[in-house]
Design a protein around this ligand. Structure first.
Ligand code: 13P
Length: 256
C-alpha cells in the first residue's frame, strides 16, 4: 500500500494569548521553510485563529480550530459553526478530542455529526478516537475505538474520498502523561482502524485516509512512531507548544 502524505499537527489546546501565538508562528515559519514532505497544521484557540490564518497565508501551514458545532447558525450560545470557521479562513478542525468527549460530554453521535458537517463544508476534520486506561487494561480497546469509528460513518456521505477526513488515534492514557504508546501499540490500533475503514468503505478509501497518532509525541520518539506502516503523522499537544520542538517534529515527519 502506498504511503500517504504525512501530516504533523499541533493542538495548542487552551494555550497562548495573541502575542504568544504571533511569536510562535514567527519562530516556526523559518524553521520549516522548504519542508515539502509533510502537511503541517496548527489547531489554535478561536481567539488566535484569524491572526494565525493571516500570519500563515501563502505558506503551506494549515490553520484550524479545535472544535465547532454542526448547526450553521441559531440559538447555540457559546458555539461557532463551520461557515464561521471558513469565514476567518480556517481549513481544518479537530473533532471529538477526548477532552471534549470526557470534560464537555460530547457523544459519538455529536462527533459524527460534526465530522460530517466539516466534510460537507470543505473543512478537513481530524477526528479523534481512543480508549481509556481501564478500557485498555480490560481488553476493551478495540470495542471502544471501533465503536467510535463506526459511529462517524453513520453520518458521513457515501461518496466522500479518503482524503477528505483524517483520524487521530489518541489513547487517553498517553495524553499529557509522557506515557507514549509503544510503536507496536500505535501500529496495532491504527492498522485495525484502517482495516475497519476498508470494511466500511472499501480498500481505496481506507488506503487514502490519513491516521495520525497522538499521545506524548515528542522529538525523542517521533521517528519510531512515524516508522509504523499505518501511522501517517502526529497530533501533538505538549511538544507542539514550543515552535522549536514542533519544527523538529515537522521535519521528522517530512523525512519518513
Ligand atoms: P500530548 O502531546 O500533550 O500528550 O497531547 C496529545 C493530544 O491530546 C493532542 O491532541
Amino acid at each position: 500500500m502506498a504511503r500517504r502524505r504525512p501530516m504533523m499537527a499541533a493542538n495548542w489546546k487552551m494555550n497562548k494569548l495573541l502575542g504568544e501565538a504571533r511569536e510562535y508562528v514567527e519562530q516556526l515559519l523559518p524553521r520549516i521553510e522548504g519542508v515539502e514532505g509533510a502537511d503541517v497544521a496548527l489547531f489554535v484557540p478561536l481567539t488566535a485563529l484569524s491572526e494565525v490564518v493571516r500570519l500563515t497565508e501563502g505558506t503551506p501551514v494549515l490553520a484550524g480550530a479545535q472544535n465547532f458545532y454542526y448547526k450553521d447558525s441559531g440559538a447555540f450560545t457559546g458555539e461557532v459553526s463551520a461557515p464561521m470557521l471558513l469565514d476567518v479562513g480556517a481549513g481544518a478542525v479537530v473533532v471529538g478530542h477526548s477532552e471534549r468527549r470526557e470534560i464537555f460530554g460530547e457523544t459519538d453521535e455529536m462527533v459524527a455529526r460534526k465530522a460530517a458537517r466539516a466534510v460537507s463544508a470543505g473543512l478537513l476534520p481530524v477526528v479523534c478516537i481512543g480508549e481509556t486506561k481501564e478500557e485498555r487494561d480490560s481488553g476493551g480497546m478495540w470495542e471502544k475505538v471501533s465503536g467510535q469509528v463506526r459511529a462517524v460513518f453513520e453520518h458521513l456521505d457515501d461518496d466522500i474520498s479518503g482524503e477528505a477526513i483524517v483520524f487521530a488515534y489518541e489513547p487517553i492514557w498517553a495524553i499529557g502523561t509522557g506515557d507514549t504508546a509503544t510503536p507496536e501499540d500505535a501500529q496495532d490500533a491504527t492498522g485495525k482502524v484502517r482495516g475497519l475503514l476498508g470494511e466500511l468503505r472499501g480498500e481505496d478509501f481506507a488506503g487514502a485516509v490519513r491516521i495520525l497518532y497522538g499521545g506524548s509525541v515528542k522529538p525523542g520518539n517521533v521517528e519510531e512512531i512515524m516508522a509504523q506502516e499505518d501511522v501517517d503523522g502526529g497530533l501533538v499537544g505538549g511538544a507542539s507548544l514550543e515552535a522549536e520542538s514542533f519544527a523538529e517534529l515537522v521535519n521528522a515527519a517530512a523525512n519518513v
